[in-house]
Design a protein around this ligand. Sequence first.
Ligand SMILES: Nc1nc2c(c(=O)[nH]1)N[C@H]1C(S)=C(S)[C@@H](COP(=O)(O)O)O[C@H]1N2
Ligand SMILES: [Mo]
Length: 382
Amino acid sequence: MTRFNRREFLKTLATGSAALLALRFTSGCEFVDVETFGTGGDTSFLTPQDDGVWFWQSGNSIAKEDAPNIAADDWRLAITAGDQRLGELNYQQLRELGAQGQELTYWKTLRCVFSLNLGPLLTSLIANGLFTGVPLTAALEAIDIPAEAVKIRTFGADGFTSNIPLSRLNAEGQLPVMLAYELNGEPLSRLRGGPVRLIIPEMWGYKNMKWLDRLDFTASDEAFGVYETVRFRGVASIDAPGKMALANHTITLAGRNATLDGPDITIEGVAVSGDAAITEVRFSVDDGPERQADLLGDDAGEVRQSLPPALQALMADAAQDDESWPLPNVWVRWSANIEGLSPGSHTLTVRAFDSEGRAQQLDTGDPLAVAQAVRVPFEISD
Ligand SMILES: Nc1nc2c(c(=O)[nH]1)N[C@H]1C(S)=C(S)[C@@H](COP(=O)(O)O)O[C@H]1N2
Ligand SMILES: [Mo]
């Protein structure tokens, strides 16, 4: 197994299609399959659960057809500390906890960490929805957690593994880690990791275990998990805390080097930051003066109106109240009109700012750095 290698990764990308509709690249001896919804044009705030609308990422390199197919009645969560069995939870018990008042719903933008490296290339490994479930702490109430435990190792039925620091479970001021069984008011589908997956608000996709079937409490602080120890071995932020970084995604120029009809164009995208809210998006053309893009998903009322009635009601139940928008860990859409472009080559530069005072930089010297503004070449036709 070789380490994740940026140069190899870039070479692979260079041979891919501009829109990155389906991407396949090697990481050491393994393949990672990545599918995106492409660079659409009308990203809705909420991504429908339907196949092909959410992105699908098998961190474990399995094809969709091979995704575990677990009936709700057959789902079991084993809770262990190494060889020792601490308890077990089934689907009905989980739903009962929900029915007894433990249920909660919140917005979560799920985002693959491969988009960290693909970000400047307009990847769409990102989607947003309303997850419903039970706080993990509620499900663990009857469990005797070993006093020396520092991490929870997490296991999926497909063999994927990851971990979360135990301290995250009771972190103050954070939404709870969730055992999620619904997305957008519907049972969590097979491809989304149903019947039950983990949802951790501020963390990258790989920490959000699909087809969750075991939680193992360990006193070892060693890195653990497929991404943590194989794909991104040695990248400190990948093991813990695993927080999403500030970035822009899905900028709709239909890919790099797109040719567009001028002289006026509209650009649109989504921006998100782990643990913080997007406060501003700025853009410039050909390194001219920066202007502010309009933020579209930063207002709760506006978002609610864009949803079907059933989801408006679900949103009203969500743990994030209207006053706290725009939300940390949740994308905002942005758009802008650019007028009077001359025929020929141009460069669009876009950067996001968050409520923690972080900003994407115009030049970090590393085009793949996460803090790097997105730069996209495009053409205006004659
Ligand atoms: N069991 C399991 N959980 C998993 C994965 C996996 O391969 N197996 N992939 C992870 C990765 S890398 C990402 S980005 C997200 C993708 O979630 P999605 O397929 O629902 O979009 O799931 C995470 N959870
Ligand atoms: Mo991922």
